[in-house]
Design a protein around this ligand. Sequence first.
Ligand SMILES: Cc1cc2nc3c(=O)[nH]c(=O)nc-3n(C[C@H](O)[C@H](O)[C@H](O)COP(=O)(O)OP(=O)(O)OC[C@H]3O[C@@H](n4cnc5c(N)ncnc54)[C@H](O)[C@@H]3O)c2cc1C
Length: 252
Amino acid sequence: MARAAVPGRLTWQVATLSAARWENPSARTLVLDVPGWPGHLPGQHVDVRLTAPDGYQAQRSYSIASSWPTPDGDRLELTVQRLSDGEVSPYLTDDLPLGGQIELRGPVGGRFVWRPQGTAPVLLVAGGSGVVPLMSMIRTRAVLGDRHPFRLVYSLRSPAELYYGEELRRLASGDADLDVHYAYTRAAPPGWPGRPARLDAAALAEHGWPPESGADCFVCGPAAFVEVVADLLVDAGHDPGRIRTERFGGTT
Ligand SMILES: Cc1cc2nc3c(=O)[nH]c(=O)nc-3n(C[C@H](O)[C@H](O)[C@H](O)COP(=O)(O)OP(=O)(O)OC[C@H]3O[C@@H](n4cnc5c(N)ncnc54)[C@H](O)[C@@H]3O)c2cc1C
């Protein structure tokens, strides 16, 4: 990577919203200018801090969605899912204006990271917004021209909740070593083979890697989803030492 990423650089920095786009009606990608950003490893997150005029502060973690290096200059992207009863996420999705500023520190996290060394294939399993750090891995692999075989199994309730759909389609269509499988739990798109269902052992066996492949597995999403998927992978025979998990909190 062009610059060494420095895990745990815990100094608050001011970040300015330079662009934003909606991934779907409830998730917004924030493109942030962070002067002097040291770089990151795909899978790391940042802490975001908001300060109200009366001095009240709220702090949350958000995974980094963008690659490092980036294809078009230094920038940091986060994708935030609005929780209608949440405190911080509705502000970031609906209220933070272009040119607006927040504080962040990072990158944070040293285990849930993909390093493009070694030869093991990679299995990414996402539940909902858990696709965000996995997308950073997919984007970093693409920017580096890396050819590690990647398989993404992405569980979501319905097509309306998809993140990065067009980009994933484009990346996978030009790359025989990147496979993307969607698992819809409540509503599938028209013509989709099969019925909506929760991810199970059969789906992971069909769309993931066999345990003897020695795959590196990254599982991210709501806590309950991560527990179930990690157990399924262990039960299937995957080496627990190769299963890395990131929990976003909550149970849905
Ligand atoms: C490492 C990491 C990475 C993350 N990455 C992302 C990401 O990329 N994108 C993303 O969208 N999110 C991510 N998250 C989740 C994020 O940090 C926030 O938790 C999320 O945005 C909700 O914050 P909020 O302030 O809107 O909601 P909160 O105000 O924190 O509320 C969250 C939920 O908890 C409930 N709740 C709050 N207080 C209580 C209480 N006292 N009793 C009972 N229930 C309560 C609320 O009803 C709500 O449903 C990540 C989390 C972690 C740990």
